[in-house]
Design a protein around this ligand. Structure first.
Ligand code: SF4
Length: 358
């Protein structure tokens, strides 16, 4: 595949983010589904005290199985929270070209001024973004025209050039979404999310519905676009092989919490948390005929999570302490963090509680 370049729209160097400050800081974020049906209140703790930061020009991945809270986290980070999902604590801060935007630190925040230009969101399923009864051209006009701020003719040239760099004919602008294949629609979505050269891109399982060949091509395009425009990228998928090929750093989520974080290569080479070890061991390898064993049990009900470590009912290394005390998410070597008593034994409160669960 040829390298692609993005000369338009022209970049204002003064508008680039400060490379030393995180592009995104998430601190103690809690987002719960709060429901009240016939007087019965329910609280599902989908995102429970999560903190991480992403630097400019970095690709940060979030991994974890279904119902681990990944999509709820993404919605809270993108400021796309709708009831019953509610942010009940914590903070999300963006740094766009020296301007700090705090999503949950004060009153309501109007994100419409920064969406697409500074912050864009590639959602699960391209049809969620593309209006089925409007031609593709209208979607570009709706989302990008006012941010690019050029004449109509110049805008059309910019969009056509951008589509060509993503290996799409400008003729797709006259098509309705249903007239395009799934792979083409997903590339149109990526073009929409990147045409304004945003500082930060959030992508939620953008390739899950695609076949393997199209997925590989789309991932290559996402990486090329990110490198060309120098954005930060928060990429969420349950697919560990995608993370291995795309992300710089990786956060592993289990039952609403981050349980491990570090450079992707290091996590794949030496995972520390038993859940991460399972995720990596379950990946197929060419020539390896070993039978893969599934993890016993299922993820916990987040309206009534188990006490202590939420992974303890499924963990082969669980100790007495794991039933009662939640392991702290602590530094574990350079640029690594883990929440596990077995990986960081000095965090165990007393010697007695190190006994394995019978
Ligand atoms: Fe397993 Fe205990 Fe570590 Fe949790 S804290 S992952 S139960 S060893």
């Amino acid at each position: 595949m040829n390298a692609i370049s993005f000369p338009v729209p022209p970049e204002d160097p003064a508008a680039r983010p400060d490379q030393r400050r995180p592009a995104l800081s998430v601190e103690g974020l809690r987002a719960y589904y709060l429901t009240n049906v016939f007087g019965v209140r329910r609280e599902v703790r989908a995102v429970d005290d999560i903190s991480f930061a992403i630097m400019p020009n970095e690709i940060y991945g979030i991994a974890g199985e279904s119902s681990s809270g990944k999509t709820s986290l993404i919605k809270a980070v993108a400021g796309a929270v709708r009831p019953p999902l509610t942010v009940v604590g914590g903070e999300v801060r963006y740094n766009f070209a020296g301007e700090t935007i705090s999503l949950y630190g004060g009153g309501p925040v109007d994100l419409s001024a920064v969406r697409w230009k500074h912050l864009s969101y590639i959602m699960q399923g391209s049809m969620n973004v593309l209006n089925p009864v409007r031609r593709i051209r209208r979607s570009f006009e709706d989302f990008a025209y006012r941010h690019i701020g050029r004449s109509r003719a110049e805008f059309n040239d910019i969009v056509s050039g951008h589509l060509e760099r993503l290996h799409l004919s400008p003729k797709v602008l006259n098509a309705y979404p249903h007239e395009l294949s799934g792979g083409m629609r997903q590339r149109v979505t990526i073009a929409l999310a990147t045409v304004c050269r945003p500082d930060f891109i959030i992508a939620d399982e953008p390739t899950t519905a695609l076949d393997v060949v199209v997925q590989k091509r789309v991932l290559g395009l996402i990486r090329e676009v990110q490198r060309q425009i120098g954005s930060s990228l928060l990429f969420v998928t349950h697919d560990m092989s995608v993370h291995a090929n795309l992300t710089d750093r990786l956060g592993i989520m289990y039952a609403g919490r981050l349980v491990e974080e570090g450079p992707t290569r290091e996590i794949f080479a030496a995972p520390k948390h038993p859940y991460t070890k399972h995720l990596i061991a379950s990946l197929p390898r060419i020539g390896d005929r070993t039978v893969r064993e599934g993890l016993k049990g299922s993820p916990p009900n987040l309206s009534d999570p188990p006490p202590g470590c939420r992974f303890h009912p499924r963990c082969p290394a669980a100790m007495e302490v794991c039933r009662k005390v939640a392991p702290p998410f602590v530094e574990s070597g350079a640029r690594r963090r883990v929440a596990c008593f077995a990986a960081e034994p000095e965090t165990i409160p007393d010697r007695e509680s190190r006994r394995p669960i019978a």
